[in-house]
Unconditional design. Structure first.
Length: 367
């Protein structure tokens, strides 16, 4: 078993990153100067992003190591244009320009179809070709709760390496097991978890910020995620993809070494996603294989409803909604581009995913 480090950012983010890496053997243990290196942040909208100061500190440390062939790569929710917007608004486009590092929009990538060894649900996965053009991946997620997977840490962050409709397919076949298949197929050399400004109560977007002011680091993504989930006070039963991965790969969590801060000292009871508190009583959700981007946009949209606008509202989303599903009593709203208009809906909230205020607007317009 390996070591997972926990370093506080009391004396600054870069010193904490150096400490976290030194506690597990130093950056040069995981990458060499002549390696082709991909840096994988978590960029998902304009909130709950990998801290840009942490990311810049990592770039500087790689430069000090002599690494010359470094890229930043990500595919966010939505399409390639949405990813471009995230790059711009998050400051990552400017950061990449500052250090002359290619910033790769994986939503525009070609894919390579890779076979999965010992698959749980997917025999083959379509992964961006750039993943196979580098020697090492450094995975830099942010610590957040997630409405669909309990938490999002290292294992879940690798989903940003998928191309096109592959993200949607993960939801159709079973997200948790598909995440395991992906991480069985592609393994980062190093995982650095931004636990500086985390997110609770809702995620991957729309939650409350919680400041832990620390950094986690480790070689093995499952070991890092186990420590991270323990910090967040989540059990393995609440993080199914981590549970499945640990079982399939025979990870002995009792053998994980923790260096730096003690687990008990930094542990916090994160507010977990409570779906029943997010959905007004008069709103009924009918979902058929919706992706996480659309589902999260819907949950955010519901937060902006000032009051119940109708006695009974039925919201339909997902690519497999058909006319037989649209039979509930009350006002019927199609949510997202995948939910095809023309099946007896009263209104259609368009977008991939829709803008969070659009549901409120549509319901008010049809009063």
């Amino acid at each position: 078993m390996g070591t997972v480090s926990i370093a506080k950012t009391t004396n600054g983010i870069k010193p904490a990153l150096i400490q976290a890496l030194n506690l597990i053997g130093g950056l040069n243990r995981f990458v060499a100067a002549n390696d082709r290196i991909m840096l994988k942040p978590n960029l998902n909208g304009t909130e709950g992003l990998t801290d840009i100061s942490l990311f810049e500190s990592l770039i500087q440390l790689l430069s000090d190591l002599g690494a010359k062939n470094v890229i930043i790569a990500e595919s966010t929710f939505g399409n390639a244009d949405m990813t471009d917007m995230c790059f711009l608004k998050s400051g990552y486009a400017e950061l990449a320009k500052k250090y002359t590092i290619p910033l790769i929009n994986l939503n525009r990538s070609q894919y390579i179809e890779k076979e999965v060894a010992r698959p749980l649900v997917l025999k083959k996965i379509r992964i961006a070709k750039e993943v196979f053009e580098v020697d090492k991946i450094i995975n830099v997620p942010i610590m957040k709760v997630h409405y669909a997977t309990g938490v999002t840490l290292s294992l879940k962050n690798m989903k940003g390496l998928l191309v096109g409709e592959e993200k949607r397919r993960f939801h159709e076949v079973g997200l948790d097991k598909a995440i395991v298949d992906l991480n069985t197929t592609v393994e980062p050399a190093l995982n650095i978890v931004d636990s500086i400004h985390c997110m609770e109560r809702m995620g991957p977007r729309g939650g409350d910020r919680v400041d832990l002011d620390m950094i986690l680091a480790g070689e093995d993504a499952a070991e890092v995620d186990y420590v991270g989930s323990q910090i967040m006070s989540y059990s393995l039963e609440e993080v199914k993809h981590l549970k499945y991965y640990i079982e399939q790969h025979d990870v002995d969590v009792n053998e994980i070494m923790i260096a730096g801060e003690s687990l008990e000292k930094v542990k916090r009871q994160f507010k977990k996603v409570q779906m029943d508190t997010l959905i007004p009583g008069n709103v009924h959700i009918h979902e058929k294989d919706a992706c996480s981007a659309c589902m999260n946009a819907l949950l955010l949209s519901l937060r902006f409803l000032d009051k119940p606008s109708r006695d009974n509202v039925n919201v339909y989303l997902g690519s497999k909604v058909d006319i037989e599903n649209v039979n509930a009593e009350g006002y019927k709203v199609a949510f997202g581009n995948c939910c095809v208009y023309g099946m007896g809906f009263n209104a259609h909230v368009k977008g991939c995913p829709p803008y969070p205020f659009d549901l409120k607007r549509v319901l008010e317009e049809h009063e």
